[in-house]
Design a protein. Structure first.
Length: 131
């Protein structure tokens, strides 16, 4: 009888161990997806602010119908070089008179990025790399 109880205890420990490993794996993938969604939301918010910058007259600190000169400070960050928050780091990779390209890099998934192109009247669908 003692050997049967020992066998059941060992079997129970193995099953619990497998359940813990599966749970950790599922939690990790959900955390990566949550970060992807958060970076996408940040980029879309920045795109909206970029369109506001485009339409705002230069006398009021805007672009005067141009994305040229757009920087992170115009998109809501405290300084022009501080594009970092808990979700990732952000940059204006290209800003011409008619378009601006915004890039966000994940803080949790190495080399994962989200890119979006903004024009005065449209925002492109996000392009994902590394997720």
């Amino acid at each position: 009888m003692g050997s049967q109880q020992l066998l059941l205890i060992v079997l129970g420990v193995i099953i619990v161990g497998i359940a813990v490993v599966v749970g950790i794996s599922i939690f990790g993938s959900n955390a990566d997806q949550a970060n992807k969604d958060a970076v996408t939301q940040d980029i879309l918010r920045m795109a909206s602010q970029a369109q506001g910058y485009y339409r705002k007259p230069t006398m009021l600190g805007g672009g005067g119908n141009s994305f040229s000169g757009l920087d992170l400070q115009d998109l809501g960050f405290s300084t022009a070089s501080s594009g970092i928050n808990a979700n990732g780091s952000y940059a204006v990779s290209a800003a011409t008179a008619s378009t601006a390209t915004l890039v966000g890099s994940s803080s949790t998934v190495a080399s994962a990025t989200v890119q979006i192109t903004v024009s005065p009247d449209a925002v492109s669908s996000p392009t994902y790399s590394g997720y």
